[in-house]
Each structure stands twice: as structure tokens, then as C-alpha cells.
Design a protein around this ligand. Structure first.
Ligand code: SF4
Ligand code: SF4
Length: 80
């Protein structure tokens, strides 16, 4: 069962909903999330995607205590 299909994903954070708990950062199996040094409007350090390496597993989405804190979406280039 080889998966040579390299699908790319984009992880989008709703920064001002983030409470900086860091759960997604710790739970991501690929270590592609980090906590920003910036502060959001609520005074927390929001999580950020480093920009590559996400496999779309959805763990961060399910881990986040904020219902709309994170979106993980396929990011498929139109070129084959
Ligand atoms: S979907 Fe999975 S791989 Fe992608 S950022 Fe979230 S936890 Fe990490
Ligand atoms: S799990 Fe949600 S609230 Fe916690 S740091 Fe990640 S995005 Fe922010």
C-alpha cells in the first residue's frame, strides 16, 4: 500500500480565537506547528503553521479546544 500521492495541505489558524494553549503544537506528529512570539488580540501567543509538512491528519483540528480555531484544507495545485 504505497501512497505516492503527495497531497499538500494548508493549515489556517483563526488567530484571535487561539488561546495559546499549545496543544496543537504538542500534538502535531510532524512538528509543523509552532507558537508565535507575537500576541493576538486576547494577549496569547497564537499557534502558526510553519508552511510545509502537514499531512492533513486533522489531529490539531480535533485537539483545539476552540471550535473554529483551526482549519486544515487540501491545497491541491491544478497542475498534475
Ligand atoms: S493536520 Fe496533522 S500534520 Fe497537519 S498541522 Fe495538524 S496535526 Fe500537524
Ligand atoms: S490548540 Fe487551538 S487554542 Fe490551543 S494553541 Fe492550538 S490553535 Fe491555539
Amino acid at each position: 500500500m504505497s501512497n505516492s500521492h503527495h497531497r499538500r495541505f494548508n493549515v489556517e489558524f483563526h488567530e484571535d480565537l487561539c488561546k495559546g494553549c499549545g496543544l496543537c503544537v504538542h500534538m502535531c506528529p510532524h512538528h509543523v506547528l509552532v507558537q508565535s512570539e507575537r500576541l493576538n488580540r486576547r494577549g496569547f501567543h497564537p499557534a502558526e503553521y510553519v508552511g510545509e509538512g502537514c499531512t492533513g491528519c486533522g489531529i490539531c483540528f480535533h485537539t483545539c479546544p476552540e471550535p473554529s480555531g483551526i482549519d486544515v484544507e487540501p491545497h491541491s495545485p491544478t497542475s498534475a
